[in-house]
Design a protein around this ligand. Sequence first.
Ligand SMILES: [Zn+2]
Length: 426
Amino acid sequence: MLIRFAILPLFLALNLSMCKKQENVSPSSQQASASSPTPAAAATPVAASSPKITKPVVDQTAQVIIFCYHRLVDKIRYPGTEITPAAFEAQMKELKDRGITVISMQDLLAWKRGEKNIPPRCAVVTFDDGWKSQYEVGWPIMKKYGYPFTMFLYTEGVRGGSLGGGEAITWEQLAEMRDNGVDIEAHSATHQDLREGHTIMLASTGGKKTKTKLTGPQYEQWMQNEVVGSKQLLEQRLGIKVNCFAVPFGNYNEHVKEIARNAGYEAMFTVYGQPITFTSPMDSIGRYAIEANKPKVFEDAVKMIATSTGGAAAVAEVGAKDLVTQPADGETVRTAMPLIKANLSAIGAIDPGSVQLRVSGLGVVPANYDPKSGTVSYQVTQKLHEKSCSVIISAKSQGKKVEAHWTFGIEEGAAGGTSPIPTPKK
Ligand SMILES: [Zn+2]
């Protein structure tokens, strides 16, 4: 945009001097005739050839950690699924203090679809199993911090269901949460191992419970109720759209995934915690289950994405203009496997071991840093798949973290995967 404004006076000047000679000058020939050695004019072709981006540009290097909580109680009796309200609140505060943004599940999914951008370091908070303490204790704390969150429910565990006792959340409480923007998602009907042939508990109409192992058509029928029926019940009872499925105990296999996919779930969740990236598969998204007896799980999860203890403010941003980069910021290249280079000498003294290069779609790459020239470089070895590529360089300079971002485009046809080289149709 700046470039266009800069060259406008030049056009006017040309027009004034040449208006008598060239009455019918078209805008494109004006540009061609303005090929004088002025810097502004020389920059024009680059700006004109940059690709049109129809989708919002999302930060493909962002990372998300997802937490899974169960009961919030002052007196811990089952440390495997409980946490004290004080410990829970301390963790919510820590996310804020460390500059980790708590986003909603639907924002996470929109980012994965390439529809919405999210901050570089995010967390999603989920509560499993529908305990009333999530409504009474968890929700007020989340409100205090202004955090969105998701409830994963197994429908028979809601109050009044065959497994919903006095500690269970009620449908009325869920409706109130829904009205206040809480995301409500599915966690099966009876919360059991969904893999074929595993021991499950079946409740007869009289309330009698029997242990059994289901296979074949009986298993498939039972699964329909667990995966599809639970989704339909939540959608119908609450008038919502359910697109997430948390697998009970995180136990699944390809068949379980297939049934969930066919039921219309967009994402499936396990309890194998790991940072979620732009390319993480949607059918096995890992969550960190936070339990009173394993406080280290939370700390480790946070450390996985919080690269600085003091939050975002501790990072000094270096403008891409202060760096000499290749490809240049805003440039469009013709190869999906470019050589990426930047000269860091403008930043000052750098701790050579601290230099890190991130490339969107790839993550951290094994870049070379030459302390003599101050140059960090990486030859991309796998085709970049998107039309736009973001690069983040970070390093420590005098104990302080410095970071620079820039973006370049990849010419359509050069990008691998989704857009193959167009061949003329015959
Ligand atoms: Zn559960």
